[in-house]
Design a protein around this ligand. Structure first.
Ligand code: GLN
Ligand code: ZN
Length: 764
């Protein structure tokens, strides 16, 4: 019999119960016991869903009040000193509030301290808390939560498989604040605790433990490859069965490392890397289980059960009962339950599967290849085939004109007429800006009144003309304030935008929006990515009326504001029936039309935001160039339609620019603004070393805090910037948009910024 299981289930709850409970707890509006009860209820419900679907094992250890990587740090007693948890560590029982303080700097009890760093988990939009490591660190079993959850599952009659981040991936994700540490020197002590954990799980009656080692799909230094072998030889003595789980890509050059590990099972991602399955099987030892991840754990499309059955049957012949089936990775990355989407049209619903539906898909496949399919399974198989046939042929997906337009893209379409140096002259003449021009990144405060108006409009309580009039008055206010502040290049303030991707997606054809399709981003924060299901077109101009209205209110240049094609792609669920770059080109063409319309309407500066360019980088360095090539091409396709005298800006938030500086230069934006204030302009080194040729606005105002930066501080930052960028190419602006701030914070901060620019200008 083929065992069916999952690598993890979303923990937020179908109604985001976990978000609501944790936030209420942090606010002091819900007791610790009530919070714990919410956790127990959710776990129970999720195990029940897995069992009811027919999975052979339920997943325990995937629950976390904040983050599963943080949970492992707590399990290992890896709590930095500033959280003053020595007594809790010694007692082997770290308090939940300590965990929350590590995550957010504060909790209902305990002294606030600087939170741990947070960053994206591999190439997903999920953020984990970076384990803080230091030389000579010792680890000790410091939490009982995992064991309690195992007991909970066992008492309720479930058969648990425990899932934990593996020791190597945990170290791989960790960082020493001082930077200088060979993390592998800590491995032995980490393994001591893992051994203890595994032994204890065994005494509880756990048979299988899944250790997540997605580091195996990245480029690993030799020492790390060897460490895998060493680590798992030690863990081998544990009295449980171990399954090492890889996902988000292929094992590549770690193939023999992974297949030689002395463990009882291996999980591989057959969605991202279908071609690796046979070579893994060839190398597997005869007793090892292979869990094949065939249902996409990162996207929302319904699985093609018939095709998968065909693919799996030969594997079944080869592996017999050593074949297990699962989604490709934890279902953490998809929304919870499609059944709630009562507003989506029927056809679209029939093409989708969320976490709850993916359980059924895995189970159904297992039964199909075992020849023990029930009537229900046969029905599911038929329904899937029918839905997929419809999807393949649907006129809502395929618009021949779009395909023809993409096919007709020429190299010239992605090429501005003149090189930057010539464009700069034309732009200087057209725009007549002072030296060190001041501007902002786009959004102004999203006030409670703006949000209330949007809610009322969506609820049908106010009419469209009414809503638009309100937005116009907010735009007028933002323009008036900017004029009073003396900024040089103004923005309309983005009052009308709920979100920088959703706003565009809602106006483009080919996009759909769910009501409850929430996915955890970090802690209690969830995002609801749009679904790109079809060829993308732009029925009408999206931003032109707002920008032109704003331009009528001022003689200063009004900057048009768009989200770039790569960012829209990156922050959406994308089609699986065509390559990502094709979808990106379609979006780029739609945005190109918008750029052209803005220019025709008299907008002479257009900003195309691409904060997600860096995060789209593939996990393997070998694939970077290909990605960067098409990503850059898509940006340029969007931008290059304008005259030389129209100035194109782009904005990126904080990024590791070193890796992609060549690509950033290749964007050939006339001006790039980036987040630098917290790094004290050090990020500019990458640009300087590269001799970045175009204009730059390194942020001088950290918009992530409510603090008002003073003039001297910003003058100092500008002077640092001037050591790296000549004055003719330097802009003055905040780090990012101001939508999360209040006017009371923004006005004095921008007044100081303008003053700082004026002071520095006088020296030239
Ligand atoms: N134009 C956007 C804003 O100002 C940019 C946001 C971002 O970079 N994340 O809000
Ligand atoms: Zn930004």
């Amino acid at each position: 019999m083929t065992v069916s299981h999952i690598l993890g289930y979303p923990r937020i709850g179908a109604q985001r119960e976990l978000k609501k409970a944790t936030e209420a707890y942090w606010q002091g509006e819900c007791s610790r016991e009530a919070l714990e009860q919410t956790g127990r209820d959710l776990r129970f419900r999720h195990w029940q869903a897995q069992q009811a679907a027919g999975l052979d094992l339920v997943s325990v250890g995937d629950f976390a009040f904040y983050d599963q990587v943080l949970n492992v740090s707590v399990l290992l007693g890896a709590v930095p000193e500033r959280f003053q948890a020595a007594r809790e560590i010694a007692a082997g029982d770290i308090d939940l509030d300590t965990t929350f303080r590590m995550a957010r700097g504060r909790a209902p009890s305990g002294e606030p301290a600087a939170a741990c760093e947070m960053t994206k988990y591999f190439d997903t939009n999920y953020h984990y808390l970076v384990p803080e490591l230091h030389e000579g660190q010792r680890f000790t079993l410091a939490s009982n939560r995992l064991f309690d959850e195992v007991d909970e599952a066992l008492t309720a009659g479930f058969t648990p498989k425990v899932t934990l981040t593996g020791p190597l991936t945990w170290l791989w994700l960790g960082k020493s604040p001082s930077g200088e540490l060979d993390r592998l020197t800590l491995l032995d002590s980490v393994l001591d605790v893992y051994c203890e954990v595994l032994a204890r799980l065994a005494t509880q009656g756990v048979e299988w433990v899944q250790l997540d080692e997605p580091a195996l799909v990245q480029d690993l230094p030799l020492a790390w490859q060897q460490a895998f072998e060493r680590a798992y030889h030690r863990l081998q003595s544990a009295p449980v069965k171990l399954m090492v789980a890889s996902y988000f890509g292929g094992l590549g050059d770690n193939l023999s490392v992974a297949t030689r590990l002395p463990v009882d099972g291996l999980h591989i991602d057959a969605v991202c890397a279908p071609q690796q399955v046979d070579s893994v099987i060839d190398r597997l030892s005869p007793h090892q289980v292979l869990s094949v991840g065939v249902v996409d754990g990162r996207n929302i499309w319904r699985a093609d059960l018939a095709a998968l059955r065909e693919r799996l049957l030969p594997l079944k012949v080869r592996l017999g009962k050593r074949l297990w089936l699962a989604p490709s990775c934890s279902l953490l990355h998809v929304p919870v339950d499609l059944a709630q989407e009562t507003d989506l049209d029927e056809a679209l619903v029939s093409w989708l599967a969320f976490a709850r539906q993916k359980l059924d898909e895995v189970v159904c496949l297992a039964r199909l290849i075992d020849n023990r399919a029930t009537d229900l399974d046969e029905q599911r198989l038929k329904a899937a085939t029918q839905a997929l046939d419809e999807r393949r042929e649907s006129g809502r997906i395929h618009r021949p004109a779009v395909g023809a337009r993409v096919a007709a893209i020429t190299a010239e379409d992605s090429q501005r007429h003149a090189p930057y140096a010539e464009r700069a002259v034309a732009q200087r003449r057209a725009l007549n800006l002072p030296l060190l021009p001041t501007t902002t990144i786009g959004s102004f405060p999203q006030t409670p009144a703006i949000r209330a108006a949007r809610r009322a409009f969506k609820a049908g309580e106010i009419s469209q003309p009414d809503y638009e009039a309100r937005m116009r008055s907010d735009i007028a206010y933002a323009v008036e304030r900017q004029e009073a502040l003396g900024l040089d290049v103004l923005v309309h303030g983005e009052a009308e935008r709920n979100d920088m991707v959703e706003y565009f997606g809602e106006q483009l054809d080919g996009f759909a929006f769910t009501r409850f399709g929430w996915v955890q981003s970090y802690g209690s924060r969830c995002v609801k990515p749009p679904i790109i299901f079809g060829d993308v077109t732009r029925p009408d101009a999206m931003t032109v009326p707002w920008s032109t209205y704003a331009q009528t209110l001022t003689d200063k240049p009004m900057k048009g504001m768009l989200t770039g094609p790569v960012t829209i792609l990156q922050w959406s669920f994308v089609r699986d029936d065509q390559p990502r770059d094709t979808t990106c080109r379609q979006i780029a063409l739609a945005l190109r039309d918008e750029v052209q319309d803005l220019e025709r309407a008299g907008i002479r500066i257009i900003q195309i935001d691409e904060p997600a360019l860096r995060e789209g980088l593939p996990l393997r360095q070998q694939e970077w160039q290909d990605y960067l090539d098409w990503a850059v091409a898509c940006f340029r396709l969007t931008a290059s339609v304008v005259d030389d005298s129209t100035q194109i800006h782009t904005h990126m938030c904080y990024s590791e620019f070193n890796d992609i500086i060549g690509a950033i230069a290749a964007l050939d934006a006339d001006v790039i603004t980036i987040e630098t204030s917290r790094s004290n302009m050090e990020l500019l080194d990458a640009f300087q070393d590269f001799a970045y040729p175009n204009e730059m606005g390194p942020g001088v105002y950290d918009i992530h805090t409510p603090n008002i930066p003073d003039v001297a501080w910003m003058v100092d930052l500008l002077e640092k910037a001037l050591e790296k960028i000549p004055a003719e190419r330097l802009w003055v602006n905040p780090d990012c948009g101001l939508k999360t701030r209040t006017w009371a914070e923004v006005e004095p901060a921008l007044a100081n910024m303008v003053e700082a620019a004026q002071q520095v200008r006088q020296r030239y």
